[in-house]
Design a binder for this molecule. Structure first.
Ligand code: BES
Ligand code: MN
Ligand code: ZN
Length: 489
């Protein structure tokens, strides 16, 4: 796994500032007032910091941006980074400032003089989130070791908060590693192995193999993987940190390790992007990791359906009819609408086995959601306003875009099949909604359910606030927050 920046804490030691050899980061608000460490750096640099303030650089700076003084005279430091941030910043601005530092922190060390900033832990979280690089396949690149020391008045006060936030960042790192990994490396077997390895964190992890899935009657899920040499699997991860008799929240993820489209083959251009089609399963895995690392006081079960959608002599054909675990029959009119075929069986299994208090599924489900919402918002669909609003609030607080979309009978009617109980496509109009309607057919009336279509937010071609190009880890922070707000006491 990609390593997190190593984070440690120290009491304020102004004499250490002159001799520190990495990056020294100061936090200065737009009023330009210097705290003790900034004054010391100013003195060491013969007034460079004060001149920067007098030049009006901080007034003009956007909240959360940084200004770098390279190789400052009078100090051993490689750079002084000035984080432009109010003393009581928003969580988002604090993370953004940290991220700006995380971005420039290549294989070295940084000393963060957090002073009395109220969000120093969030700054550290931002550093950790952005100091991510996916390098396992670069033969000339050693994994980087980066270190952050937070210098503050009472380290013992921020340390627990930072550790909690770092657990979440580590979860997001895991999600990103899984999403960035190419499909010849992250096969269904390798994916299941990485999840099984999380047992060392106190999770209970079961891997259901094809024979098990056949016994359960998961004909829908199994038809997707039948053209691939990689065996289909369902992995069940349980975190029981809550009270013994409370039902869990269920998180369900689409884990198509590669989506060629199957016999309804996708065009060649851009097909390589379908290595991220396990993004839903990646987020579920990352959230379970975060919950275990921070020992969340809640019961949560994560289930992922791991399959590969390939064309072959054994592959499912357009027109085939399969039977889901629920018993409903599905006419597979397009083998590229495979995500819903995987999810419907895992969702049914989750409800039958766990009777969850709520169920949230995540999937890179439709291209249509990318057309509708672009890359800044995931599509949110729900049968329950309370759970849905709680999720939307959690996402907003964490700065992860999410936008609710409608459901309704007229959309559901578009799934009627001539020869089976339903077909797996509804046509071009409202493509993301008919996909969600398909899933809702496998949600029991009494189960509060949220479906997140994350096709547009899982992996990006340009960097975002907290992530470099590639996998974002979208959803780990929001879901962790939802668990914290709604299911923990
Ligand atoms: N994995 C794709 C959806 C997708 C598209 C994810 C773009 C990420 C980026 C999904 O399995 C798919 O192929 N959906 C089809 C459905 C259609 C055949 C009804 C689509 O969106 O075109
Ligand atoms: Mn597809
Ligand atoms: Zn897909």
């Amino acid at each position: 796994m990609t390593n997190l920046v190593t984070t440690s804490f120290s009491a304020v030691d102004l004499d250490a500032l002159g001799s520190f050899e990495g990056r020294v980061a100061l936090v200065i608000a737009s009023d330009g007032k210097l705290d003790a460490s900034a004054r010391r750096v100013n003195r060491l640099t013969k007034g460079a910091v004060a001149r920067l303030v007098e030049a009006g650089k901080l007034e003009k700076a956007e909240a959360g941006s940084i200004i770098t003084l390279g190789f400052p005279a009078g100090m051993a430091a490689e750079a002084v980074d000035i984080l432009c941030l109010d003393r009581r910043p928003s969580t988002q601005d604090a993370r953004k400032a940290g991220a700006a530092l995380g971005k420039v922190l290549s294989d070295g060390a940084a000393l963060l003089c957090a002073g009395s900033n109220t969000k120093s832990a969030q700054i550290a979280m931002g550093v950790a989130m952005r100091a991510y690089e996916f390098t396992p396949h670069k033969s000339d690149t050693e994994p980087k070791s980066r270190a952050l020391t937070i210098m503050c008045a009472k380290p013992e006060d921020v340390e627990p908060e930072v550790n909690t936030l770092l657990a979440i960042a580590e979860g997001a790192h895991m999600t990103r590693d899984l999403v960035n990994e190419p499909a010849n490396v992250l096969t269904t077997t390798e994916f299941a192995k990485r999840l099984k390895d999380m047992e060392s964190l106190g999770l209970t992890v079961e891997v259901l193999e094809e024979a098990d899935l056949e016994k359960l009657g998961m004909g829908s899920l199994l038809c997707v993987g039948q053209g691939s040499d990689s065996p289909s699997k369902v992995v069940v991860m349980q975190w029981n940190g809550g009270e013994k008799d409370t039902k869990p929240l269920a998180l369900v993820g689409k884990g198509v390790v590669f989506d060629t489209g199957g016999i309804s083959l996708k065009p060649a251009a851009g097909m390589e992007d379908m290595t991220m089609d396990m993004g839903g399963a990646g987020v579920v895995s990352g959230v379970m990791r975060a919950l275990a690392l921070r020992k969340a006081k809640a019961n949560v079960v994560g289930l992922v359906g791991l399959v590969e959608n390939m064309p072959s002599g054994n592959a499912v054909r357009p027109g085939d009819v399969v039977t889901s675990m629920k018993g409903d029959t599905i006419e597979v009119l397009n083998t590229d609408a495979e995500g819903r075929l995987v999810l419907c069986d895992v969702m049914w299994y989750a409800q039958e086995r766990f009777a969850p208090v709520g169920m949230i599924d995540l999937a890179t489900l439709t291209g249509a959601i990318v057309i509708g919402l672009g890359h800044d918002n995931a599509g949110v669909f729900s049968n329950n306003d309370a759970l849905c609003n709680a999720f939307l609030k959690a996402a907003e607080n964490e700065g992860e875009g999410a936008w609710r979309m409608p459901l309704g009978k007229a959309y559901d009617d578009m799934l009627k099949s001539r020869i089976a109980d339903m077909k797996n496509i509804g046509g071009r109009p409202a493509g993301s909604i008919t996909a969600a309607q398909f899933l809702q057919r496998f949600v029991k009336d009494e189960t509060p359910w949220v479906h997140l279509d994350i096709a547009g937010v899982t992996s990006l071609k340009s960097e975002s606030a907290l992530a470099p190009v590639g996998a974002t880890g979208w959803g780990v922070m929001a879901l962790n927050r939802l668990v914290q707000d709604m299911f923990e006491r």
